[in-house]
Ligand binder design. Sequence first.
Ligand code: NAD
Length: 407
Amino acid sequence: MNVYQFALQQLTKAAGVADVSPRLIERLRQPQRVIEINFPVLMDSGEEKIFTSYRVQYNNARGPYKGGIRFHPQVDLNEVKALAFWMTIKCAVADIPLGGGKGGVIVDPKKLSATELERLSRAWARAFKDFVGPDIDVPAPDVYTTPQIMSWMGEELVAAHNGDETYKATFTGKPLDDGGSEGRTEATGLGGFYVFEALAKQIKLAPGSTVAVQGFGNVGLYFARFAASAGYKVVAVSDSSGGVYNPIGLDIDKAESHKTKTGKLIGLPGSQSITNEELLLLPVDVLVPSALENQITADNADQIKAKIVVEMANGPTTPEADTILWDKKIILLPDVLANSGGVTVSYFEWLQNRKGEHWPKDRVLTELKQHIVLAFEEIYKLGQEKNIDLRTAAFVVALKRIEKATK
Ligand code: NAD
């Protein structure tokens, strides 16, 4: 079963609880539009290489499509569809006036030079020039795409529209000096931490509880940092080459500088090396998958020892694993809520660009906290009232909002 089929299973489960029309569910069973573009990029060798790119525009009932662009060798259409579907749900959970979309380019960016990466990013913007725009579809960074890449794409899109600067607002997650918002870099990790703290307060989680974070990119690094500075013991972190573990706690700043220096976490002084699979099964209180999909599955869910799973990655848990975790009374904070801080601040960036404003960081982070904690409280309350898992509760809240907008 592929990740898109998993996403549709989640929809079916929520449809059984949500009091919404079957017509809405049928509409949400497929994207409104799928775009595939194969475009050429000049490589440093002088050769031209063709790259395949997908953009899935899933649903725009609540506003322009919104979702990141992923550069990854394993991008496939079903994955992009799943991610675009989750964006539709996520923007509704966050209650921002945007729909759901997602994009991906099949490429290993680690094998490109800086100039090839820039040419690829600019070529993407030219190829998709008629399909994106501030009122049509608003992309952002995702796995292996960065603020710099958004800046190149924005510049190229403006040029492709005869210098019309309003097109700059098409991309969010831009660098600060190029129309980006204060707080966007840490927004996803921080938003997830706010949601986790709100849950910790509800269930009276002991201070100093242990945390393991899989993935040490934008999302995982910031979550780990905020958790450590709030007094939680982050005992394990990992990247694509593997993880590091110390049961008495890791120094996140040292882990970060080790990774910057050596390119990987493994070898961090004072830690023991573990695999990504081992990290998931550690005896910790809180597990935070922050890398890719399909990490907690029917094969390992039964061995998870954490009491709380905070899904900072998109789609890290399969539906079968969801059921196993629920039976084990493990509380799962679903991706569509836990990682919605990124898109919330992206929405603030889009607003600022369109109004010609620049909000101070305090305002951005205060509004982020208010937004995401409110979403958590509504979903948590519904979960308690109906005795349903928090993913299903989040979907119910979202489906009702999408139905209202559709009508
Ligand atoms: P990133 O590119 O900054 O980092 C990805 C991290 O995952 C890196 O540390 C990489 O080494 C690690 N990784 C890659 N393959 C791995 C593997 N097989 N096992 C373990 N680690 C692996 O990406 P990111 O922006 O941090 O995104 C991570 C996840 O969060 C993705 O699922 C993404 O869709 C989701 N997400 C990101 C944002 C955002 O604002 N960046 C918002 C919402 C959701």
